[in-house]
Design a protein around this ligand. Structure first.
Ligand code: ZN
Length: 213
């Protein structure tokens, strides 16, 4: 959780141009900002900030499988499009990550999604294997976490953290939101029993993204 002075770092890094140079510099940081996603195909500078993150069933399944498979952080490129205020993710493409740059607490790509061959990237997503520290600002503050700092250095419309049963994401307004991984969480057993008794009350859980700002 070392705070990277993002502005300073960026001024140093930008003239270097080459990702290799960036990565060797970042390797010196315990929890570096991820800069490799900073040349996106879907620029968000002029678009209104996204309010909703919609993931296809395939994207949800992929994330669930990856989350189950990896003890270290994984990273993906969210492929999709921006429709008004909605970011629609059709699938998750694997980011180019060197295994030595994936640990239980951080992950750094070796190249941007575009350089890795993926076009149409609307944002990057990485996992927190323990489901902890899923925030872009330290709780109760406006102090950005390393993930928050990384997002500020990219041009993508959104960034997301996979946290097991939920996805925490952020838009260009720096508003943090939460989307359940499951579109419709299964009804609790007690509710199912009530239904069997003829009780029509159904509470399947809210699927509305919760604003965190
Ligand atoms: Zn993170």
């Amino acid at each position: 959780m070392l705070a990277v002075r993002a502005g300073t770092l960026w001024r140093v890094i930008r003239p270097l141009g080459a990702v290799v140079g960036v990565m060797s510099l970042l390797a010196l940081q315990p929890e570096p900002a991820r800069l490799a996603g900073s040349a996106p195909g879907a620029r968000a500078d002029d678009a209104p900030a996204a309010r909703v993150l919609i993931l296809s069933d395939q994207a949800r399944r992929y994330l669930a499988l990856q989350y189950r498979a990896f003890a270290t952080e994984f990273m993906g490129c969210m492929i999709g499009e921006v429709r008004g205020r909605a970011v629609v993710v059709s699938r998750i493409a694997p980011a180019d990550v060197d295994p030595v740059h994936s640990t239980p607490t951080h992950v750094v790509p070796s190249a941007s999604c575009e350089a890795a061959g993926w076009s149409g990237t609307v944002g990057m997503i990485h996992s927190h294997p323990t489901g902890e520290r899923c925030w872009y600002y330290f709780p109760g503050t406006r102090v950005p976490s390393s993930d928050g700092q990384s997002f500020r250095l990219t041009g993508y419309p959104v960034d997301a953290i996979m946290c097991g049963d939920r996805i925490v994401w952020i838009n260009r307004d720096q508003a943090e939101r939460v989307t359940p991984l499951e579109e419709r969480p299964p009804r609790p057993a007690s509710a199912a029993r009530a239904k069997q008794r003829g009780n029509q009350s159904q509470h399947g859980g809210s699927t509305d993204p919760a604003g965190g700002d």
